[in-house]
Design a protein around this ligand. Structure first.
Ligand SMILES: CC(=O)N[C@H]1[C@@H](OP(=O)(O)O)O[C@H](CO)[C@@H](O)[C@@H]1O
Length: 490
């Protein structure tokens, strides 16, 4: 651990001496905890970090809008319009890779769930399904199922390791939750949890913000902190040891996420891609999803917070949105690409600037809750490695089958626990109907057959199918044998 003198010297040379201004008032325990926190900071990089933040506040980066172009439709693969044979071939390829232990999944779960308004990790959220399952449980069960499907098809005994990136906020509760739930039946050794770094929030003039007299205001370094965390926690070595060559990276909040989706994996592998992203057609210009597009010919994502509304609203001759390839935060990476990122490109990742209200202590040590933004949080984004890829592919999927994120608390019109629950139940009603099941209402009366249940609709029945029973549901080209089992609601 750092000594007080060491910390003082480093902070002074970073222009941050004020961080220790309340030191004389701290008790023994508080001093120890503070030094512990300071020891974990990248003190050498602190000056650059603070100066960078101040610069970004003074000269916000120019918008990329002038340079963006849509990705030509013909270069986007599609699960929506793709022919049955291609879908089946991709699904097969993906399952083969899974059966050979070459596929892992990586969950981005370091966020604080601020918009959802919960104090615990989002993955522990129960959206109110009949089963009461949480997002973590559904994801675990989908891993279980996909392993089983690959094993059945290729007579293997495979493992899809689950890497989970947490943060200081989410690691301990996530670990506890998994333990209490007996790792949802998965092998604990196949679940690798690790923590992303935290970085200090900074004032507009480049000073680290004190949240308490002996506490710096820290925030996770964005989901693009993944690449540093992979290095810090030797995750790439773990992948190599297990023979994992392909990684499916996804955000925690999408209730419909297809873990290690064989069709997506197979598509990316067949195209020789080193990097890929799933997209859905945006529903309206202001939908808060990033768009996959090209900037000076290079594919990348422009985040919803960084695109001009006029650009987002542009429409083509047929009235369709020009920038409609909405990023659903489901990415494919080869291990060798991640290795290149770790060794060569990690330091070149763009810093995104967010102006936030950061609670702080004033010069007299009184806690203040600001009413307008007073601080800068610098974040990296997971998709900012796309421009370093040699062969990037985008893959369009069907929204109601694959994307219904949980972002907001109930009461919000979209992306809430209710909309997430309805999307899942509506999907399961579609699966059951396609498998010729009869749906009953609460009083046991037969419901008229309907196959037109889409994501926004209220589900006609409370029909929930366990991922342990079906991964794809009826009609999935890649897994007919699975579809045959899907009409047993749980
Ligand atoms: C940095 C990042 O990954 N942003 C993603 C991510 O944004 P959120 O701010 O977490 O909602 O999820 C969105 C999909 O739910 C995606 O469209 C967006 O591009």
């Amino acid at each position: 651990m750092l000594s007080f003198e060491g910390a003082k010297r480093s902070l002074e040379s970073a222009g941050q001496a004020h961080v220790l201004q309340f030191w004389p008032e701290l008790g023994e325990g508080e001093r120890r905890a503070f030094l512990q926190e300071l020891s974990q900071l990248d003190l050498k990089g602190l000056r650059d970090h603070c100066e960078g933040a101040a610069r970004a506040a003074a000269f916000p980066p120019c918008s990329l809008d002038e340079h963006v172009e849509p990705v030509p439709a013909e270069s986007i693969g599609s699960a929506r319009t793709g022919d049955e044979d291609s879908l089946a071939a991709w699904g097969n390829e993906g399952l083969l890779q899974i059966s050979e232990n070459r596929v892992g999944v990586l969950l981005l779960a370091g966020g604080q769930g601020t918009r959802l308004g919960v104090q615990y990790p989002k993955g522990m959220y129960d959206v109110g399904l009949p089963s009461g399952k949480t997002l973590y449980q559904m994801q675990a069960e989908r891993i279980h199922k996909i392993q089983q499907l690959a094993d059945r098809k290729f007579e293997s005994a495979c493992t899809v390791p689950w890497y989970i990136m947490t943060s200081e906020f989410t690691l301990a509760p996530t670990e506890k939750f998994f333990k209490e739930n007996n790792y949802f039946g998965l092998q604990p050794s196949d679940i690798v949890m690790f923590e992303q770094r935290m970085i200090p929030a900074v004032t507009f003039d480049g000073k680290v913000i004190l949240q308490g007299k002996g506490k710096i205001a820290m925030a996770p370094d964005g989901n693009g902190g993944l690449y540093q965390a992979l290095v810090d926690n030797k995750v790439l070595e773990d992948m190599k040891k297990r023979g994992v060559e392909y990684l499916h990276v996804y955000c925690v909040d999408n209730i419909l996420v297809k873990m290690a989706d064989p069709v997506f994996i197979g598509f990316c592998v067949s195209k020789g891609a080193d990097c890929g992203a799933k997209v859905v057609a945006k529903v309206h210009p202001a939908e808060p999803v990033g768009v996959v597009c090209r900037v000076q010919g290079v594919s990348q994502v422009v985040e919803y917070s960084e695109i001009q509304p006029e650009t987002a609203a542009l429409r083509g001759p047929g009235g369709e949105l020009v920038y409609s390839a909405g990023n659903i935060c489901n990415h494919f990476f080869t291990r060798s690409f991640l290795q290149d990122v770790a060794e060569v490109y990690k330091g070149q990742l763009k810093q995104h600037v967010a102006f936030k209200k950061v609670p702080f202590v004033d010069t007299c040590g009184n806690p203040v809750k600001p009413s307008k933004p007073n601080g800068i949080k610098m974040e990296k984004f997971v998709f900012d490695v796309f421009p370093f890829s040699r062969n990037f592919v985008a893959f369009e999927v069907v929204r109601e089958d694959e994307f219904s994120p949980l972002k907001n608390a109930d009461g919000a019109a979209v992306d809430s626990p209710t909309t997430a629950r309805n999307s899942l139940l509506a999907q399961h009603c579609r699966w059951a109907t396609a498998a010729k099941a009869t749906l009953l209402d609460e009083r046991g009366n037969r419901l008229p057959p309907s196959d037109s249940v889409s994501a926004g609709d209220n589900p006609p029945a409370q029909c929930e199918i366990s991922p342990l029973v079906s991964y794809f549901g009826a009609g999935a080209a890649a897994q007919r044998e699975d579809a045959d089992n899907s009409s047993h609601p749980r």
